[in-house]
Design a protein around this ligand. Structure first.
Ligand code: TPP
Length: 371
């Protein structure tokens, strides 16, 4: 066989390296909360910085309470968010209420911040139809369970916003596993082709349930997947709230200005199990990995940063957590008071005009349920 000449165009290792080199990690705060990149410090007022930290603390409180409730059998499905607070809350902080959110099942904190009442989030977890009955003001879809499906929905919504000349964007979250799905590639490609205003997040927490990230793809980063769609891709320290915010704000500005979508990979970690339905992460993750990521806890960084700026005290934090716990308890009580879930009501949400078979089932269940 003829020997291929080693000309630059065929230097495949150089190709791979060149792609990787274009995708550098963005960081603003180091693990101790010290600013390591002044140029990227976001333009947030003191009270806004404090609010961002409060959101993250609230999310941790919600995680802790929900974990207990799930263990007591008082919630249905629950996917822990502990460890991902910067990735979730600092990204959401960059968007407007009018922007349309397409969350995955782990993105309940962003959905609540976007306007979903907490009791409805609990009802959703219990599989109650009222959990998906959103107030008109809430610009969001219910959390997606089908991995990656929200990516194509967001791409379509983005195109709709563009066609209507809206100054809004769609934004959506998936995990590292989700970025291995066909829907993911189709969605970012479609949004790129139509320059739809969409910000796509891959929250890379290292695992798709028990499958480690390195077994899912040969790509050295997930952010670089943007290159095939011809759109910008950014990799950000997902444990660094200020970096996540600043990158998200830039992405939203870019998209809303008509330049098309952006893909953001947040490097993060879930400190807990995949879900509370029986997963034991110690079976696929060693203690060293937990210890390594514990040190990167986004709450430690933000707390240190604010304390150094004299914007935060421990007493304030304790008071706040007590208040969050009270609010969450109240929301649980509200969810408990909701009328019992009826299968007939659930069936009625399937189509605006039910098909004959569904209609028949509705009638059968209404008799059984005494309606
Ligand atoms: C299309 C599809 N395939 C498989 C599943 C089963 N499943 C549920 S969660 C999950 C892992 C997803 O991992 P990742 O996207 O990394 O998100 P994470 O849970 O880590 O946030 C899988 C495979 C599913 N829900 N949908």
């Amino acid at each position: 066989m003829a020997k291929v000449k080693n000309i630059a165009a065929l230097d495949f290792s150089a190709h791979l390296k060149a792609v990787e080199e274009n995708y550098k990690l963005v960081q603003v705060l180091d693990e101790t909360g010290k600013v390591v990149n002044k140029d990227l410090l976001p333009d947030l007022k003191d009270e806004e910085l404090v609010q961002l930290f409060k959101d993250m603390l609230w999310s941790r409180a919600l995680n802790d309470r929900s974990t207990v409730l799930a263990r007591q059998g008082r919630l249905g499905f629950f996917a822990p968010t502990i460890g991902q607070e910067a990735s979730q809350l600092a990204s959401h902080y960059a968007f407007e209420k009018e922007d349309i959110l397409f969350p995955g099942y782990r993105d309940i904190p962003q959905l609540i911040k976007h306007g979903l009442p907490v009791d409805k989030a609990f009802l959703w977890s219990r599989g109650h139809v009222e959990g998906n009955n959103y107030p008109d003001s809430l610009k969001a879809m219910p959390p997606q369970i089908i991995i990656g499906a929200q990516i194509i929905q967001a791409a379509g919504a983005g195109l709709g916003l563009k066609k209507r000349n809206k100054k809004q964007v769609a934004f959506t979250y998936t995990g590292d596993g989700g970025s291995s799905q066909g829907d993911f590639y189709e969605g970012i490609n479609f949004a790129g082709a139509f320059r739809a205003p969409v910000v796509f997040y891959i929250q890379n927490n290292g695992y798709a349930i028990s499958t480690p990230r390195h077994k899912q793809t040969a790509a050295t980063t997930l952010g670089q997947k943007a290159v095939a769609a011809g759109i910008p891709g950014v990799i950000v320290d997902g444990m660094d709230p200020l970096a996540v915010y600043v990158v998200s704000k830039a992405a939203r500005d870019w998209a809303v200005a008509g330049n098309g979508p952006v893909l953001i990979e947040t490097l993060t970690s879930r400190f807990g199990p995949h879900s509370t339905s029986g997963d034991d992460p110690k079976r696929y993750r060693d203690q060293a990995s937990f210890d390594e990521w514990d040190k990167k806890d986004p709450l430690i960084r933000m707390r240190n940063f604010l304390t150094e700026k004299k914007l935060w005290t421990e007493e304030h934090e304790l008071e706040l957590i007590e208040k969050f716990d009270e609010d969450i308890k109240e929301a649980v009580a509200q969810a408990d008071a909701a009328p019992k879930q009826l299968i007939s009501d659930s069936l009625k949400t399937m189509f605006e005009t039910p098909t004959d078979i569904i209609q028949e089932q509705i009638e059968q269940f209404e008799i059984k349920e005494g309606k």
